[in-house]
Design a protein around this ligand. Structure first.
Ligand code: URA
Length: 193
């Protein structure tokens, strides 16, 4: 096991035992798994979604349901293989009923995301949706640029040692063809980086 794998395993064990999390009881009651992240530990691109949905919590794998299919199609459309990127979420356990994550849930799990970023050292962080966008921008000193996702999507920012591109959440494009074309364009911008 290399050093990165060991550090990521430590994160997994800590989250497995995170009884202080506001979502821990929900996980246990439903026999769910936490979703830590998946992919290449030396990836140039790291995707940060919002929180696991039901399929993800049942399997422990990020973006493996309907939104995951959209993500896979978008990656394929620009010739990026999913095995070459790293995919995670800001919140690692499923909020009940797929509701938006609450501030205390984001606060409980964000330190793990920070550590994953430090370990993997991606060249590009692409956030999926407004919650991970707001967290990454605030945490990495880009809060003065913070605006709505409809204004910021597809723009490229420089942060501490990486480029940052906010993207719409793939789930938002499932019933909205207009957003799907926007996401496709933004994925082209991502691939060009
Ligand atoms: N939506 C997310 O934000 N993350 C997942 O892993 C799945 C759906």
């Amino acid at each position: 096991m290399d050093e990165r794998e060991e550090e990521l395993k430590k994160i997994k064990n800590e989250i497995l035992n995170l009884v202080s999390s506001p979502l821990y009881a929900e996980r246990v009651e439903n026999k769910y798994f936490p979703v830590i992240g998946e992919g290449n530990h030396r990836a140039d691109i790291m995707f940060v979604g919002e929180a696991p949905g039901e399929n993800e919590a049942k399997t422990g794998r990020p973006f493996c349901g309907r939104a995951g299919k959209v993500l896979d199609d978008l990656l394929q459309s620009v010739g990026i293989e999913r095995k070459d990127v790293y995919v995670t979420n800001i919140v690692k356990d499923r909020p009940p009923g797929n509701r938006d994550p609450l501030p205390d849930e984001i606060a409980a799990y964000a330190p793990f995301l920070d550590r994953q970023i430090k370990i993997i050292q991606p060249k590009i962080i692409a956030t999926l949706g407004r919650f991970s966008m707001a967290y990454v921008m605030t945490h990495y000193g880009l809060d003065f640029e913070l605006d709505t996702i409809s204004k910021l999507h597809g723009q490229v920012f420089q942060a501490e040692g990486f480029k940052f591109i906010p993207l719409y959440h793939p789930a938002a494009a499932i019933y909205n063809q207009h957003l799907m074309s926007t996401l496709k364009e933004d994925f082209k911008a991502l691939a060009n980086l």
